[in-house]
Ligand binder design. Sequence first.
Ligand code: UDP
Ligand code: MG
Length: 322
Amino acid sequence: MKKMLSIVISAYNEEGNVKELHRQLKLVLKDIGLAHEIIFVDDGSRDRTLLYCYELQKSDPAVKIVRLTKNFGHETAMIAGMDYSRGDAVVFMDADLQHPPRYIADMVKLWQGGEKIVLTKRRSNADAKRGLLRPFYKILSKIYYWGLNFLSDVKIPEATPDFRLIDREYIEFLKKFQEQDSMFRGTLSLICDVSKLPVIEFDAPARLSGESKYNFIKSARLALDSVFQFSIRPLYLAMWFAVILGTLSVILGSYVIIERFLLSHPAPGYATIVSAITFTGAVILFVLAIIGMYIGKIHIEVKKRALYFAEYFSRDEKQVSK
Ligand code: UDP
Ligand code: MG
């Protein structure tokens, strides 16, 4: 039987991009020659993204629409698209044409040659921060990947976007993770050795229209999540912190006793005491914050709420809701 390819596109306020993306995709998919479905996941857009997707569906039955009832975020949108996909392989991509559709042909070739997952790597990014802040962001990104790979049990390679192909067999593995606070990129590292996967390099052009939805705060949250989701190493670090501090206080205490009682020197002034108390207080708060992060995650996870709510629109089946 002829294999089918699913393309999953997460779109949030991408009215200026969806039509052009669909046009380019159709050209590439025609060359590839496989049966296909193009799933637009509308992540609660406030502009005409959804309207344009309906228009595309009218002229192209391969277009499927997953309409999320509100903005659930990029990661969740991709998971929703994955849940509704039916292809033998699924390609994930952004809606802003920063992931050029022509590379899908290379991915499919590798997949047809037997690869189960094909990743991509950005050689450059035309949308990267420019000007004075650029070195700052570069350094920040280095620290992020270094810190992440040090603190977390999963390895997430640098500059590896969500533009990737995953075989149905592995999609089914991924669907088994019923996590609330899921981090899609990291989950892949839990089911296979990411460093052994084939990688296609590409230069990411600037987004065609609109603005990036990721800001500093959102990126930092994703970074923290990737540590707390996949590792309990920060808890061990907190323990070592406590051990080192405890040892220091014993040494300091012995010093004060020797000074005061054996050598009969005057006891050190209140400043030492105040600084010791505030320092200890800060460390306790820090450790509590780490523990609190994990408790917060457990709190969310035990509720077992649905990850998202969506309506599905397809021309060949009745509307199904999940
Ligand atoms: N996106 C989404 N939900 C969000 C934010 C972003 O579905 O809450 C989509 C967005 O429409 C785009 C992709 O995720 O297709 C990547 O977002 P963006 O281009 O803003 O990120 P950047 O490329 O700047 O990192
Ligand atoms: Mg983008």
